[in-house]
Design a protein around this ligand. Structure first.
Ligand code: ACO
Length: 336
């Protein structure tokens, strides 16, 4: 048993934009079809944020719901970490904007983590370790994305896959042993950065009339290569985390995979020898929402009663970077 203090997820909240864009609607603007998108990815529709609805706004709504469900006030939070690959601004951080919108205290650290679709798992682990360090008792971990602003809506190979959303978790230390985050793994391979990236808009190639005209600020992806690597790193991350915790995959009540493509998730399930009924799927309704994907799916599993007190839950994700991560949690249900 670990000598480290327990850190558990006390509550979750989500926000999804009101506007639903179906595959049929997309097929009016790019050459695609509901049948192609569903069979290749499992996605049926996605939510698209309004022009003035930014990751800090969506994240603030998700965080407010998580706080309300936990019966907490914004001033009860000691630390805020936001995972996003689509920050409101290049600087300052989305976390600082969200802090102000939520009315969090000004004596707390607030910062962003950039790990694309693995961002929530990265942020959860950094937050967990900061709480275990003893300086903070309670943190907000937020994944918030507006991918619709970095997707080329003329590129059918990418625009059909992504959506906008935010999810938030309140995490806190607990005196109870062997509950909450039990084991985790994070990894990255920057040699594969160009499999999924934006050429311009950073300091290496600042936005200019030329870069915008060439569409270089849009997300570019080598889908086939990302697919193969995703299956490999997600399956091996699950195996390593389970091994570290001394737990078999049979003991896991619910797998919460990053919602990029149902075929990736099926391949991971098959490699692990686990039935798909133990994998939470919601990408049919939301598509790939990057750092918001894991909290969105975890909140659904919790709200719908797929996970109960003491259940083992395994979060697993991969993303641009490439990055990957997995976290094994023994679920804590305050109102059991
Ligand atoms: N509608 C119709 N046809 C399409 C579309 C579309 N929306 N998109 C591509 N096609 C065409 C292609 O042009 C190609 O045509 P061709 O054979 O004439 O050249 C054909 O369909 C097949 O394309 P493939 O790329 O072979 O399709 P594949 O089966 O690999 O599926 C997909 C593509 C869905 C992108 C898949 O590769 C995938 O999901 N990859 C992983 C992507 C991913 O997970 N990205 C998220 C990473 S997480 C993050 O950090 C953001």
């Amino acid at each position: 048993m670990s000598a480290l203090p327990s850190v558990l997820i006390r509550s979750l909240g989500v926000h999804t934009p009101a506007r639903r864009v179906t595959n049929e609607e997309l097929s009016l603007t790019v050459e695609t079809s509901d049948e192609w998108i569903r069979t290749r990815s499992g996605i049926g529709e996605r939510r698209i944020a309004a022009a003035n609805e930014n990751p800090s706004d969506m994240g603030a709504k998700a965080a407010a719901q998580a706080l309300e469900r936990a019966g907490l006030k914004p001033t009860d939070i000691d630390l805020l970490i936001v995972a996003t690959m689509t920050p409101d601004l290049t600087f300052p951080s989305t976390a600082c904007l969200l802090q102000s919108k939520l009315g969090l205290r000004t004596d707390i650290p607030c910062f962003d983590i950039s790990a694309a679709c693995s961002g929530f798992i990265y942020a959860l682990q950094v937050g967990t370790d900061m709480l275990r360090g003893g300086h903070y008792r309670r943190a907000l971990i937020v994944g918030a994305e507006k991918l619709s602003s970095v997707v080329d809506w003329k590129d059918r190979s990418t625009c059909v896959l992504f959506g906008d959303a935010a999810g938030a978790a309140v995490i806190e230390t607990s005196d109870q042993p062997n509950i909450g985050v039990l084991a985790n793994l994070l990894g990255a391979d920057g040699s594969n950065a160009e499999l999924l990236y934006a050429v311009a808009g950073g300091s290496a190639k600042p936005a200019s009339a030329e870069t915008v005209a060439a569409g270089e600020h849009y997300l570019r992806m080598n889908g086939k290569e990302v697919f193969k690597l995703a299956v490999r790193v997600m399956a091996s991350s699950c195996e390593q985390v389970l091994k570290e915790a001394g737990v078999s995959s049979d003991e896991v009540a619910c797998f919460i995979p990053h919602q990029a493509n149902v075929r990736i998730i099926e391949a991971v399930a098959s490699q692990l020898g686990v039935g798909m009924e133990r994998f939470l799927l919601n990408l049919e309704c939301y598509g790939n929402t990057s750092a918001a994907s894991i909290p969105l799916a975890l909140e659904q599993a919790w709200r719908e009663g797929h996970i109960k007190h003491n259940d083992l839950v395994l979060l697993v994700a991969f993303g641009a970077g490439l990055t990957w991560g997995a976290t094994l949690i023994r679920w804590y249900e305050p109102n059991r």
